[in-house]
Design a protein around this ligand. Sequence first.
Ligand code: NAD
Ligand code: GLY
Length: 366
Amino acid sequence: MNAAPTSAVTVSTPHGRYDIQIDGALLSSPAAWAGLPRAAQAVIVTNPTVDVLYGPALEQALAPHYGQVSRVRLPDGEQYKNWTSLELVFDHLLARGCDRQTVLFALGGGVVGDMAGFAAATFMRGVPFVQVPTTLLAQVDSSVGGKTAINHPLGKNMIGAFYQPERVVCDLDTLDTLPERELAAGLAEIIKYGPIADMAFFDWIEAHLPALRRRDRAALAHAVRRACEIKAEVVGQDEREHGLRAILNFGHTFGHAIETGLGYGQWLHGEAVACGMVLAAALSAELGLVSADFTQRLTRLIESAGLPVVAPAMDGARWLELMRVDKKAQGGEIRFIVLEAPGRAALRTAPDATVLRVISRHGARA
Ligand code: NAD
Ligand code: GLY
């Protein structure tokens, strides 16, 4: 019998208290699956790319605990994070006679996690689910905190629910097969935690970026753990985003506009957030909140992580139209997460002219 996972972070919210297990070899560790709700059926929601790599191992690990374990594969890609894919999950669950006790396992990146979570929140008004994130981005962000959603052609993550998992199992071994570009996308969400909450962590990321990029296990384990600790702390204080939780959206108002504007899947979510953080930091400097030096420091780190720092060419009116669909907007007014100081973030409005000036300074020519 394997030892208990060496590292766990607890998330505690009014709607659920659960552990994020962080270690290598967790897929095959009995401890990772001990103590979960048991049922006649478990369903693994995944995609063909991840299924080939890890589907059989997870199915084998779950087999002793459930009467039947099946897998449903959704098409791979942000452009498929929609109703049509969600229906595939419901089709599978109903065709197999799944009931309210059935446990869903989200095996994959944030796209699979967000969709499996939304399916779990809504199937028979809610069934238990477990997040098994296999991308760096999903391990440090999307699998934690219970935000689930699908995209709409007019806006990112527009239809969804807050629904907490039973557990998050981050097997660091799965990061070995992640393509370079996806690893960098995950680094974007790790970097995010520095300027919004923890400048000591930001200093650490700057010092350890080469190690993170070459997938040094100790560096990755520390980054995943610290990111999860910060996210758990924020979500524990504000599960449903009445205030504080919005800071986790640093860079996302610009980033979501990039993703929707260019078409889902053109830029990866982490890439769009990376560039969005450059714009949000520049906006903070423009509003007199942080120094231009800090914006440059953040930009250098993002660029060194292999991420884009120049915004794509889009018409100014289009930028504003896209950002008005953001979930933080109120009464048609766009609200941004800005830095009040390095390590401290807040929600603010900004004049359209100021926002467009920042975009044009940091953007490609239309
Ligand atoms: P993704 O889910 O599309 O995964 C990226 C790619 O990596 C996919 O092609 C996938 O098949 C592949 N992949 C996954 N694991 C792999 C592995 N171990 N080895 C090889 N290939 C692997 O993208 P993502 O970056 O993980 O997630 C982005 C999504 O997460 C976006 O839709 C975003 O909106 C969402 N998100 C949600 C939250 C939240 O709080 N719910 C937070 C951040 C992001
Ligand atoms: N990724 C933003 C949030 O979880 O709130």
